[in-house]
Design a binder for this molecule. Structure first.
Ligand SMILES: *Cc1c(COP(=O)(O)O)cnc(C)c1O
Length: 378
């Protein structure tokens, strides 16, 4: 068992054993279904783990130039690059390091596909479509909501781009199980069915919560195989982010102060706003090791961050024993959609990045300091 007093505080501690278990589950899906699986860097971009990730996955999906560069430099396999809109001054570099480029609209495709093909004749061209069906639980994460800017609807589809297309992409899920995918697939085939058999591949996007305990992996495999059968063995891609980093590690923090103001309050050396942004944005309540709901155990505290934002609060948690200065507070499952979104708001120090190797060795792969704050300002 890791002694959390031996890692810097705060730090994200990624357990490579748990990461590899996730990768093995994804590999099982690949082997049994014939689909390719690529990592969505948006959700998990701890590139010190990418030698391991590359052993199992087929590459990465990037949301623009910088993620494409990271994939190109640190991952083996394919680089797929999608952006809601590409910029003229970046598209050539993107083309030179991408294997697949996914456009958001026919307008962007018409404008940039000729340039892309000139730079990299091998590149595959795809269009992201909007199946206008989603059961995404939260509007902030629903790409198929009203007035969505993500993907081309059937109405906006321009058949003159069909000859250019090698594939179609959709991305409509968020932390969901197979039933949600089946709903999206039905809508996708109803709307875009005429085009599917002209394609070399279809990309089913991310949001598949494949590594979650209750995810029906075998049914996913059946759904993919059935789709391939309906469409003459077309290639399928999945591009999960969250499912790769799911439950692979913690955010370790330390209690800096405890006081009473109507209720007990504990200030930690981390921040909900800067280091756990989805706790405020989604919002959701992160699990804290050894804790219960407010009032459930003997000692209840409001856990708050160390910035001046009034709402920098992780939530109210109860513990069996009183919290005291120096105690560790361990937030579970903080490896996906956390450090990829971090900010240096208020000048607060960014948490270190730590790996726990399979033999138990602890490696501090990155520590941050004042320069990381200063160099982003001028
Ligand atoms: C965010 C995103 C993903 C990954 O989604 P997860 O929920 O992390 O699996 C995949 N594809 C696209 C286009 C995305 O925007």
């Amino acid at each position: 068992m890791l002694n959390y007093n031996n890692v810097p505080s705060p730090s994200y501690v990624c357990d490579l054993g748990r990461l590899e278990n996730n990768l093995k589950t994804l590999q099982h899906v690949k082997m049994e279904s014939g689909a390719k699986i690529i990592l969505a860097l948006k959700g998990f971009a701890m590139w010190s783990t990418f030698d391991l990730v590359s052993q199992y996955l087929d590459g990465a999906t990037a949301s623009g130039l910088h993620e494409a560069q990271l994939a190109h430099e640190t991952m083996k396999g394919e680089v797929h690059t999608y952006s809601p809109a590409f910029k003229a001054d970046e598209i050539e570099e993107i083309a030179s390091i991408s294997d697949h480029i996914v456009f958001n609209t026919p307008t962007q495709l018409k404008r940039f596909a000729p340039i892309v093909k000139k730079i990299n004749p091998e590149v595959s061209i795809s269009l992201r479509v909007n199946p206008e069906f989603s059961s995404s639980p939260v509007d902030l994460y629903n790409p198929c909501g009203i007035y969505s800017r993500l993907g081309t609807t059937k109405t906006n589809f321009d058949e003159t781009v069909l000859d250019e297309l090698d594939g179609l992409n959709f991305h409509a899920l968020c932390e969901q199980n197979v039933a949600a995918l089946e709903g999206v697939l039905k809508a996708f085939e109803e709307k875009f069915g005429d085009y599917i058999d002209k394609m070399k591949y279809i990309n089913f996007g991310g949001g598949h919560h494949i590594t979650r305990e209750d995810y029906d992996v075998e049914r996913l495999i059946e759904v993919i195989k059935a789709f391939k059968q309906r469409h003459s063995s077309i290639d399928i891609y999945l591009e999960p982010g969250e499912a790769v980093g799911w439950q692979t590690g913690e955010l370790v923090a330390t209690v800096l102060d405890v006081f009473h103001n109507g209720m007990d309050v504990a200030i930690l050396d981390t921040s909900a706003e800067a280091h756990m942004p989805d706790t405020l944005a989604m919002p959701y309540r992160a699990d804290v090791r050894g804790s219960g709901e407010a009032g459930e155990k003997a000692y209840t505290y409001r856990l708050g961050g160390n910035t001046c934002l009034a709402g920098d609060i992780m939530g109210d948690y109860s513990f069996d024993t009183p919290l005291k200065v120096g105690d560790k507070v361990i937030f579970e499952d903080q490896i996906h959609y956390t450090f990829v979104k971090n900010t240096t708001f208020n000048g607060i120090k960014l948490p270190s990045l730590v790996l726990v190797h399979q033999n138990g060795d602890v490696e501090i792969v990155k520590e941050f300091g004042y320069e990381d704050y200063k160099t982003r300002l001028s």
